[in-house]
Design a protein around this ligand. Structure first.
Ligand code: AMP
Ligand code: MG
Length: 416
């Protein structure tokens, strides 16, 4: 075998660091701009494609924060002494009339404060008798109390939502609050997926000797659905050059992004790189990390391509770290950078030559959050991922001892 052309055998080609790889991938990735209008009730979980500016003030008028009585603060002393006549009754949804001087208005939460009133006293500190409201002598009421001023929440012209925002419940509520009933959203990203490997068998079928079930296909399908992608499932592709090229061509015809698993390492049965180079271009390969070293990135025609490793743990970890930022950029999402938190390690680890991502569970302790590592950290041990709630990042060549502070990346941040 001629190994001289293969960069893997050329020690002069350094592997890329994680951040450098992500940076390069993002630099080569733009948003797929295909948008449509969606009704508010159908827009939850989708990505906003244009900024939303408030067309009105919320609240639109000064209103009462309490059930009570609206009055002018100049009359507070009179209200305590002999009381004030109740001259009108204003309920939520009903405009009152200007307050007659020297009187008060019975008022309810959310009702407009009448002109001439600047204060609301809550009903718990007063009593009403003979159509007069008498304020408790010891009730502390300051001028302006219990009034929610116009525009307190939202002012006309405020930028309420930026493009790239994932529309969650609170955002949808906010949009409704300003009376808008439809939004421009990005259409779903189309992602074609295939698994490579002659050894793969579909769940539900009998396993022949030496064969294994295809877990990556289902793992990836679920990860992509969680990210709001439209999945184009191309199934399993045999370890053969022509079949790999066919899969890539079919995928490129239908998808914005192609993701494969396996066949991207250095063995003779790894055909993804060659197929990618034949049909498009490979702009990045191999990362200085564990698990997940063999990862390829490039393009086939107009589709972005990510070749993930074969081992299921590597698939999971590299999907989160590399595929997700790319997907989010393609989708138009603005939050591409993961968040990590300091926690204490409850394990030891030495990351020889590569950055390591340890599958951990974090639990509370008197000294703050503590990360426990799954006992088996091999890239084939998918149970480690199922057990874990996040990853701890160990810097290249660093040694971690129990009690050391480490960076924790919770899975939860990626599950939306
Ligand atoms: P490869 O990179 O193709 O050499 O695959 C590396 C390891 O991952 C091998 O042990 C494969 O059997 C395993 N593997 C590859 N694809 C899958 C898959 N879809 N599901 C489960 N294991 C896989
Ligand atoms: Mg393989």
């Amino acid at each position: 075998m001629n190994t001289s052309a293969d960069p893997c055998f050329a020690p002069a080609v350094p592997l890329l660091g994680v951040e450098e790889a992500i940076e390069r991938m993002l630099a080569q990735t733009g948003t797929v701009v295909r948008t449509r209008k969606a009704m508010l009730a159908d827009a939850g979980g989708r990505i906003l494609a244009e900024a939303l500016t408030a067309p009105l003030d919320v609240p639109g008028f000064d209103n009462s924060a309490m059930d009570g009585y609206a009055l002018n603060s100049a009359d507070l002393a009179t209200a305590r002494a002999g009381g004030l006549p109740v001259s009108q009754r204003i309920t939520a949804g009903m405009p009152g009339v200007p307050l007659i001087a020297g009187t008060c208005a019975r008022i309810f939460t959310g009702a407009p404060v009448p002109a001439g009133a600047d204060t609301v006293v809550m009903q718990e500190v007063c009593r009403e008798q003979d159509a007069r409201m008498v304020l408790d002598a010891d009730a502390a009421v300051s001028a302006g109390a219990n009034i929610r001023p116009r525009g307190n929440d939202i002012a006309t012209g405020d930028t309420l939502l930026e493009p790239g925002c994932v529309l969650r419940a609170a955002h949808i509520g906010l949009v409704a609050a300003v009376g808008v009933d439809r939004l421009r959203i990005y259409r779903k990203l189309r992602v074609a997926v295939f698994s490579t490997g002659d050894e793969l068998v579909e769940p539900g079928h009998k396993l022949a000797p030496g064969r294994i079930y295809n877990s990556n296909r289902y793992l990836l399908h679920e990860l992509l659905i969680t990210q709001g992608c439209k999945v184009i499932d191309l199934g399993t592709v045999p370890d053969a050059p022509a079949a790999t090229r066919t899969a890539l061509t079919r995928a490129a015809a239908r998808a914005d992004l192609i993701i494969s698993s396996g066949g991207v390492s250095v063995g003779e049965e790894d055909h993804v790189k060659a197929a990618l180079q034949a049909l498009g271009e490979m702009t990045l390969w191999r990362i200085r990390m564990k698990p997940g070293k063999p990862l390829a990135f490039g393009r086939v025609h107009k589709s972005a391509f990510i070749g993930l490793p074969g081992n299921p743990v590597s698939v999971f970890v590299t999907f989160l770290l590399f595929a997700l930022p790319v997907i989010r950029r393609l989708q138009g999402r603005s939050d591409t950078v993961p968040v990590s938190y300091p926690v204490r390690a409850d394990f030891s680890c030495r990351a020889k030559g590569r950055r390591e991502y340890v599958r951990v569970q974090v639990r509370a302790s008197a000294e703050g959050p503590v990360a426990q590592a799954y006992p088996r950290q091999g890239s084939d041990v998918l149970s480690s991922v199922a057990w874990a709630d996040g990853l701890v990042e160990i810097a290249e060549n660093a040694t971690v001892q129990p009690g050391d502070s480490v960076r924790y990346l919770p899975f939860a941040q990626w599950q939306q």
